[in-house]
Design a protein around this ligand. Sequence first.
Ligand code: ARG
Length: 271
Amino acid sequence: MSAPRFLMCPPSYFGVQYVINPWMEGQLHHTDGTLALTQWSRLQQLIARDGEVLLMPPVDQLPDLVFTANAALIYQKKAVLSSFRCQERRPEEQHFKNWLESQGFQILTMPPGVFFEGAGDALLDRQQTLLWFGFGFRSDLGAAELVGQALGIEVQPLRLCDPRFYHLDTCFCPLTGGHLLYYEGAFDDAGRSAIETRVSASKRLAISEGDAIQFACNAVNVGSHVILNGAGQGTVNWLTERGFSVDITGLGEFMKAGGAAKCLSLRLDEV
Ligand code: ARG
């Protein structure tokens, strides 16, 4: 089997230049470019232990292009391209499209007026053939059905209720073997009960708010490795007991923009 492949984008033009989520409030122009590059490079090296990291060129004036999870949802050779809700991020779409096309992906797009933010909101389960789909802040509920039809995969929509967790990958992390980390406070009753029905209690961990705000759920998982910005000992122990090894790598500069490890990477060959 070939090594897993990930897309990343160097943070040459990264910064907080507008406010489109609560993490960005009070952070305008407050990022340190040197520190951001150091943090990003460490993450790249950690991911490169388990896979191949492909890079797309950064683009001036597109500070959030580093968050490649928002390029598209990748499923086999298809890429369902993002259609960003915030106009600040819409110019990224063309760059993501060009790169994915150059790699031979078949590009699928949303109809006009339907918002979808790629692997930020659409996460494949690692055990069942199921797509978990976050909606309410960025992606539309209508996009869930369209994506499911286009890819021929069952979709479980989950309404996001806490603006700090505006993308599903900020509060929900499917892991190898059907394990799951999630923050209950980000979901409504219907979402919580869907999660409890589909994932057995021994396989899921409802993390604390303290862990959630360190973006413990925004983890990159390859095989038994989990890479994340921060998590308490309880969460680390839970993972370790289930055979995972955890690498904590600080991504504070990117947290100022509302993203961490998972947001900064896009798995290109999960299925
Ligand atoms: N500033 C970016 C935004 O608000 C951060 C995106 C984080 N990406 C993610 N997949 N959660 O859109």
